[in-house]
Ligand binder design. Structure first.
Ligand code: G4P
Length: 286
């Protein structure tokens, strides 16, 4: 993550999002399908309370399908429609416009009744860094990027990206911060690659990831690292993986840094399969 979030920056980011909200009909809140709660801004409900919203569970290609379905239900129960998408390949993107039209039907019908000329739905994409905002804008825009702000007589500095005839996106997304003062959130963001390793200790991230996998996906760990049984202690699991993968230092000691890099890299590149690091059951009471 290149952005350093100091209180001043947070206030500025929030102000910028609030300004953009005035221009749009609907918010597309982008979250990482593997960690939908940890990859969102803790104040998001308050910040966009006045606008309809669709939660887009992006990178669904990397998440556990059955858990993504549970997340969609979770948001539905909170009256927030959610869709699973893969902005990289474009899977699920067609549904976005259809759903936005349904959600805004009443507003647009009212506008038509007042004699206001029909126009495209205006949307803002919001999300934390690295969640896939640029990828989604580029994918939706295809090659039809029309910077309508350049037209004579259009005074606003904001520019719009056309998505077919029915949707327009603000070309700069709203960037918000995650709840990174929470260490567990930090570990999840680091494991999925949303924040860079240097911010947190890579060995600690790996301990978190291995503990999680041991509890939730033990067979994936066994298969990937050729283990008949998973050791009780996490340090022993580290040792086994290090030994099997040749992450050694002179004298036959395990190189924990090298082992950590290997494990985190393999998780991020889906070598252990599609993994969700959060499920709605953990958040029901909140
Ligand atoms: P941002 O604007 O929100 O900061 O995110 P951006 O679009 O730059 O996306 C961050 C990374 O996530 C990019 O990878 C992008 O290709 C990847 N990405 C975005 N959407 C999806 C998706 O639906 N599925 C998958 N699998 N990947 C997605 P990158 O540039 O290669 O960076 P990195 O992977 O090295 O972090």
């Amino acid at each position: 993550m290149t952005i350093q979030w100091f209180p001043g920056h947070m206030a500025k980011a929030r102000r910028q999002v609030t300004e953009k909200l005035k221009l749009i009909d609907i918010v597309f809140e982008l979250v990482d399908a593997r960690i939908p709660m940890s990859s969102r801004n803790p104040m998001i409900d308050e910040i966009i309370s006045s606008k309809p919203r669709i939660v887009l569970l992006n990178k669904a290609d990397k998440a556990d399908d059955s858990i993504t379905k549970q997340w969609i239900e979770y948001f539905k129960e909170k009256d927030i429609p959610a869709l699973a998408i893969d902005a990289h390949t474009g899977t699920g993107l067609k549904q976005i416009t259809t759903l936005a039209k349904t959600l805004l039907k009443e507003k647009f019908d009212k506008m038509a009744a007042k004699g206001i000329k029909p126009r495209a739905i205006r949307a803002l994409i919001i999300g934390i860094p690295n969640v896939g905002k640029s990828t989604l804008i580029n994918r939706l825009a295809k090659k039809n990027i029309t910077k309508t702000g350049d037209r004579p007589g259009v005074t606003t500095a904001q520019q719009w990206v056309k998505v077919g005839k029915e949707l327009e996106l603000l070309d700069t997304p709203g960037i918000l911060w995650p709840k990174f003062e929470d260490q567990l959130v930090g570990f999840k963001l680091a494991t999925t690659g949303a924040i860079k390793d240097t911010i947190l200790n890579l060995q600690e991230i790996t301990v978190f990831a291995l503990n999680f996998l041991k509890e939730h996906y033990p067979n994936r760990l066994k298969d990937r690292y050729n283990l008949d049984e998973l050791p009780e202690e996490i340090v022993d699991l580290f040792d086994e993986i290090g030994k099997r993968r040749g992450c050694m230092m002179p004298g036959g000691y395990i190189d924990y840094d090298k082992t950590s890099e290997l494990v985190v890299r393999e998780i991020r590149s889906d070598k252990l399969g599609r993994i969700s690091f959060e499920n709605p059951g953990q958040f029901i009471e909140q």
